[in-house]
Design a protein around this ligand. Structure first.
Ligand code: NAD
Length: 367
């Protein structure tokens, strides 16, 4: 297969986690006889420092010509005092909106190797858990009208959804649930919010087309509690932009570390899935430049890229199996290490990337 993958490393730990993931994609390309080209772009704080804008003109169009985008993270204290529409995070929202990636898939799986790193009591996670969070990504309160009163002493943000936006994200979630344990939990705040009541109305209609999926509704405050109490009860969770942002960070830490979680943000481009693939975490300024960041969330995002945008399932599994093999061998980045981890198994971002790289097995069958 011939394809072009756009790369935006971004700020903070972004370059430290993207470099190993790109190396792995290069190796997979070679081993499985594909021709992967890479095109690098700047966005976020680094782009602001170079070009005076966080999303330089022409970036969206150039990325759109590629088959998928692998992204690190943007933002950091150096740019925190910029006005809202100049901040690095704004570039990310604009990229998502302009590229139409409305469905954010965030799998949170407790791997048996990392059970000890999960902060919950053993009995709550004895059977592990495998949750797929489906977050609406291009609407809701992050994209609604916002502003300040003339004297700046009051502010407002608005959450708005229309039926088309709700229906398309529900369909992504129902389709995913059909291929899994067939339980869909719609998380909302329908006891207070009008948008949530519309989500429920649309769900009641759409669910009749997915009869073998069980649909549950849960208020977001209860969902936050249930995720801690008993994460294994969940299969697929679908929710709006803001609730998904918060709950997926909560579920990430249950997997051992926020550094473990990958994500895929999907839309449609000429009938196939275009996606932005990035770890769930941010630019982690507190550990940036120290070779301490866990690159596995980004490496697993690269596996999602192979699966969802390039339809290369065998190659995606090869990356995931390599990550599992490295964890089996006891290797840990600092965020995953505990008192039982031998000192010689604690490694930096680069060394962890290299370990995964050497665990990738080439296809046995000649092609
Ligand atoms: P963060 O995710 O960057 O960091 C939260 C905590 O998790 C920190 O203690 C950090 O050290 C740790 N952490 C994060 N990634 C890690 C990794 N790979 N390995 C080990 N530990 C890791 O969240 P934050 O501190 O709230 O935000 C920092 C900056 O990142 C802010 O500017 C924020 O706006 C931005 N941000 C960007 C994105 C994105 O680009 N998608 C997402 C969230 C936050």
């Amino acid at each position: 297969m011939d394809c072009t993958i756009a790369i935006i490393a971004g700020d903070g730990v972004g370059p430290e986690v993207v470099a190993p993931a790109q190396k792995i994609l290069e190796t997979v390309g070679r081993s499985f006889h594909h021709h992967f080209k890479f095109r690098s772009f700047q966005a976020g704080g680094a782009a602001y420092d170079t070009y005076g804008e966080t999303l330089p003109a022409g970036t969206v169009e150039a990325v759109r010509e590629c088959d998928a985008l692998l992204l690190g993270a943007v933002g950091g204290p150096a740019w925190d005092s910029l006005p809202g529409d100049k901040r690095p995070e704004h570039a990310l929202l604009a990229l998502r909106k302009e590229l139409g990636v409305f469905a954010n898939l965030r799998p949170a799986v407790l791997l048996p190797q990392l059970r000890g790193a999960c902060p919950l009591k053993a009995f709550a996670v004895s059977g592990g858990f495998d949750i797929l969070m489906v977050r609406e990504l291009t609407s809701g309160i992050y994209f609604g009208r916002r502003g300040r009163s003339a004297d700046l002493s009051a502010a407002f943000d608005t959450m708005s959804y229309n039926t088309d936006e709700i229906e398309r994200i529900l369909r992504v979630a129902y389709t995913a649930a059909e291929g899994r344990r067939k339980i869909l939990t719609v998380v909302d705040k329908a006891n207070v919010l009008e948008t949530s009541r519309l989500w429920r109305e649309v769900t009641e209609r759409v669910k009749t087309e997915y009869r073998d999926v069980v649909t549950n509704f849960l208020y977001v405050d209860n969902a936050a509690m249930q995720l801690i109490r008993s994460p294994s009860q969940f299969d697929v969770i679908v929710t709006n932009n803001m609730f998904g942002d918060i709950l997926s960070d909560e579920s990430s830490v249950l997997t051992g570390s926020i550094g473990m979680l990958p994500s895929a943000s999907l839309g449609k481009k000429s009938g196939r899935s275009f996606g932005i693939y990035e770890p769930v975490h941010g630019s982690a300024p507190d550990i940036a430049g120290q070779n301490k960041a866990n690159p596995l969330g980004t490496i697993l995002s690269a596996a999602m890229l192979l699966r969802h945008s390039l339809a290369l399932e065998e190659e995606a599994r090869a990356v995931e199996k390599a990550v599992e093999a490295v964890l089996d061998s006891g290797c840990r980045t600092l965020d995953l290490a505990d008192s039982s981890t031998p000192q010689n198994k604690i490694m930096g971002s680069k060394e962890m990337g290299d370990a995964v790289l050497s665990a990738i097995t080439s296809p046995e069958k000649p092609r």
